[in-house]
Design a protein around this ligand. Structure first.
Ligand SMILES: [Zn+2]
Length: 267
């Protein structure tokens, strides 16, 4: 929904929320759906100049968002700090006489709408915050399994609009009391939001009696796990083969290779 708001055509006028103002993600999404519907009504594109100005404004807010996401690997900003950084990028872009974005003609001061830019930022950053607050884990879905090991995946999702903010893939062996965290994967938009921690807590809650381990293909996320394990109430072991039924690492990969080669822990 953040991306929809930043990508799809905007209506000529920003919707005024009817009192009482809808609260929560659902209310906001309803308002945005009304906006999206309004823009599809015939006649609304008659005002070509206004349409172009809105599209240019949206492109500026989107650019500010992408710049902020692009800095996440280095900055590792939590949601509130992310919103502030996004705001700073937007303010810096709007302060320019002419904004030059790749793939667009230069955007002059008259070719954009500063008031709309801030409304768009407010709505989009609020949607992001709401999605993070309301994100929950979907039920574990059984995958191709090799008894006695059972293989599962679940997602961290925020309602129908965000069915997948990130995914967790794991396997368990009940006879040995062992769980294997195979992969935890969040797109760069949703990293450093506490969602990886939420996902691992959920994993442990669903299979409380297990000792967990993860394979060394997750080396690049080592610091995340190290931090996580300090607060975890479940045991985690560094042993790379605590259960014979998972086979070696090659075998676990063969059973279901990670789609992106195990680039993980964007958590
Ligand atoms: Zn086993």
């Amino acid at each position: 929904m953040v991306m929809r708001l930043l990508l799809e055509p905007l209506p000529a006028s920003w919707p005024t929320p009817a009192p009482p103002q809808p609260t929560g993600l659902r209310g906001l999404l309803t308002r945005l759906q009304e906006m999206a519907d309004a823009v599809r009504r015939p006649g609304n594109l008659d005002d070509l100049e206004g349409h172009l100005r809105r599209a240019a404004t949206q492109a500026i807010v989107r650019e500010a968002y992408f710049r902020t996401v692009g800095e996440q690997q280095d900055q590792q900003r939590r949601p509130a700090a992310f919103a502030e950084a996004w705001k700073s990028h937007l303010a810096a872009l709007l302060a320019q006489d002419t904004v030059k974005l790749s793939g667009r003609s230069p955007i002059t001061a008259t070719g954009r709408d500063t008031d709309l830019a801030w409304k768009l930022y407010d709505a989009a950053s609020r949607i992001r915050a709401e999605a993070i607050t309301h994100a929950t884990a979907t039920p574990s879905k059984r995958q191709l399994s090799r008894p006695p090991t059972l293989w599962y995946a679940f997602a961290i999702a925020a309602g129908d609009d965000y069915p997948t903010l990130g995914e967790v893939h794991y396997a368990i062996c009940e006879p040995c009391g062992i769980g294997l965290l195979r992969k935890i994967d969040f797109s760069s938009d949703w990293r450093f939001c506490g969602l990886g921690t939420r996902a691992l807590r959920e994993l442990e809650a669903r299979h409380p009696a297990l000792t967990w381990y993860t394979t060394s293909q997750y080396e690049s996320a080592q610091s995340f796990y190290e931090r996580y394990r300090q607060d975890s109430s479940s045991p985690w072991t560094a042993n790379q083969c605590p259960c014979p039924h998972f086979g070696g690492r090659d075998q676990t990969r063969e059973a279901r290779p990670p789609p992106d080669g195990g680039a993980l822990a964007r958590a």
